[in-house]
Structures are given as C-alpha cells and as structure tokens.
Design a protein around this ligand. Structure first.
Ligand code: AVJ
Length: 329
C-alpha cells in the first residue's frame, strides 16, 4: 500500500546545495541554511540530540501528543494525515493510532526531501497499520508543499475526506518571519473546507534553558553543527577543517530566536572545488548555520490569522515549554 511520488528533479539536491552554498559563502556575513545538516550522519546526530537531557522540545511535543491525540482525532475527523518534513515519522504514530481508533483514517501522506527516509518510514508504517494507504511525496516544502493533487482527494467513491496537515517539531522555527508568512499562506492555499493544520512550536522561556538545549555538555549539537561542513566536503569537494571551527549557540532576545554559528578559530582559506571558489575566513569570523525561533501563543495566533487560518485549539505540555496548535481556514 506504499507509493512514492517524486516531485523533485533528479539532480535537485546537488543543484540546490551548490546554489545555497555559493550564495551563503559569498554573503556578508556568511551563512548556510540548516536544511543541509541532514545527511545520514546529520540525521543520526539529530536523533541523538532528541535524546539529550538538555534538549526538551521533542519530549515536550511528544507528551502533548500523547495527551491530546484522541482530541485531535475527534476534532478533525481526518481521513488523511499529511505530514510536512516527516523525517523518521516518530511522533506520527500517536496521531495515526488515534485516527485509527476514531475510525476515520484512510491514508498517510508523508512529504520529505529525503527519499530514503520516506521509504524506510513508509514501509514500517504500512506494516504497522494494515489497510493504511501510504502515499509518500518527495518534495521540498520550502518551495512546494507537494500536496496539490496528491492522489488522496478522492477516496474511490468520489468523496474527499478531511485532511489534517501536520508540521511538527518546531521546524517552522528555522524560518524567518517573512518566510514563515509565505509558508503559512501556501499551507492555507492547500486546505479545503473541513481540513485542518496542526503546528508544533517551541516556546520562549528562560534563555539559560534555551541555550543549554543548543549547547549540550556531551557536544552532540556541536558535532551536528559542524556536520554541515562535512556535507560540503563530501558533496562539493570542499576542504573545511572541522577542527578549525567552534560551535556557537546564542539567544537573540530581540528576534526571539536561538542562533547557531560556526566560528573560525584561525584566519584560513577554504577551497570549494565544485564551486571553483576559495573563501577566506578571518580569525574569529562567525558563519550562521541555523535560527530556531521561539514562539508565544498570541504570536502563533497572529501569524496563522495573517495567513487566513483561525486557531481552534492550543495545547502545551505540563511544563509550558512547547505549544501545539490546531487551526483551520
Ligand atoms: C529540527 C529544526 C526543530 O531547531 O531545535 C536541534 C534542529 N538544531 N538542535 C531545532 C536543531 C540544533 C531543530 N529543528
């Protein structure tokens, strides 16, 4: 019952990595987008991050879903769960199980840039949920949500069941406000009457707690951060010396986001063979590799409203660390 639909051109990964790297490494200040953290090694490091004592967001979001997945199933009556940036589809099981219990579930539509992650997750979910149609879509939700004409609009009898679109993990925090606004408008444009949108957002809290979550004692986040340099070395023939860059995590109070950077510990040239480019780093120069915005309920409500989505429900975990909202057109 698993199908896979490719919505990306065959050389999309290589071409967009080249484009992003050229733009980011020649900009002032330098930056690289966080999507390039996630090769096999980076995805494994992210999985380790989610188990660190300091990194609370994954546990907090899971505890909310454990508590409210049955409510979400009852309120949405969803026949289709579409998940943007599904990755390993871990927390998805809580939603799928609740929708199956409610008797409405027909299909799961994971959307991710990684075809291998989709195949792995899709196969195991199809086995765990007999009768579930898994229609995986390889797309970059930064460009195309991949949901238009996803083959699930008609359920065989001409009826279209309600669709729940989920974007979990506070991945939206990787976007700046203007990008978030256009992303949410694109989500809104894919929703029909009766469809709903489930959004996970990490919340503003004590900066010491936030910084610790992005600068753990075991150094896993530091390794995850430096891994973007390994990706450029492996895929663009660059010669970054990973030992010559330090992990930096700071709280930007004005923008209310965590920023991760890599700080060059020496003046050094870096050659990027496939770009025909040599980039000079100054001693102490910092390159931004990620923002992870933190939210407040009223801000989430306002951003959703600006995109034409009305917040219907808002849940947090017992410690008030993470928020989950359900909205609808
Ligand atoms: C997967 C983007 C939500 O911002 O917290 C974890 C990635 N970066 N530690 C986040 C991340 C450093 C994570 N997101």
């Amino acid at each position: 019952m698993t199908s896979i639909e490719l919505r990306l051109p065959p050389d999309y990964r290589a071409a967009s990595l080249r484009k992003d790297s050229l733009a980011g490494l020649t900009a002032v200040p330098k930056s690289l987008p966080p999507k390039w953290f996630y090769d096999a090694q980076g995805s494994a490091l992210f999985e380790k991050i989610t188990e660190l004592p300091e990194y609370y967001p994954t546990r907090a979001e899971r505890s909310i879903l454990q508590a409210v997945a049955p409510d979400i199933a009852a309120r949405t009556g969803a026949a289709v769960l579409a998940e943007l940036g599904s990755g390993s589809s871990d927390k998805t099981r809580l939603l799928l199980s609740a929708l199956r219990e409610a008797g409405t579930l027909r299909a799961y539509v994971p959307v991710d840039v990684s075809e291998s992650a989709l195949i792995q997750a899709g196969d195991s979910l199809a086995a765990e949920y007999p009768g579930l149609a898994v229609h995986a879509i390889v797309a970059d939700f930064g460009l195309d949500l991949g949901l238009a004409g996803d083959g699930t609009s008609a359920n065989g009898d001409g009826t279209a069941g309600p669709r729940l679109v989920a974007f979990l993990g506070s991945t939206i925090g990787n976007m700046e406000p203007a990008e978030r606004a256009s992303f949410l408008r694109r989500v809104r444009a894919q929703l029909r009457p009766g469809d709903t949108f489930l959004l996970g957002t990490d919340l503003v809290k004590d900066p010491a707690v936030l910084v610790a979550a992005y600068d753990d004692d075991a150094g896993v986040t530091a390794a995850f951060n430096r891994n973007v340099l390994s990706v450029l070395n492996a895929e663009l023939g660059a010669d970054f010396d990973l030992d010559a860059f330090e992990h930096v995590a700071l709280w930007d109070a004005r923008n209310e986001w965590i920023e991760m950077r890599l700080r060059s510990t020496a003046a050094q040239p870096v050659r990027v063979r496939d770009l025909g480019l040599t980039v000079e780093f100054d001693d102490g120069e910092e390159m931004r590799t990620e923002i992870s915005a933190k939210f407040r309920r009223d801000g989430v409500r306002a951003e959703l409203a600006a995109a034409g989505l009305a917040m219907r429900d808002w849940w947090t975990d017992a410690n008030g660390q993470f928020g989950l909202s359900l909205s609808a057109p």
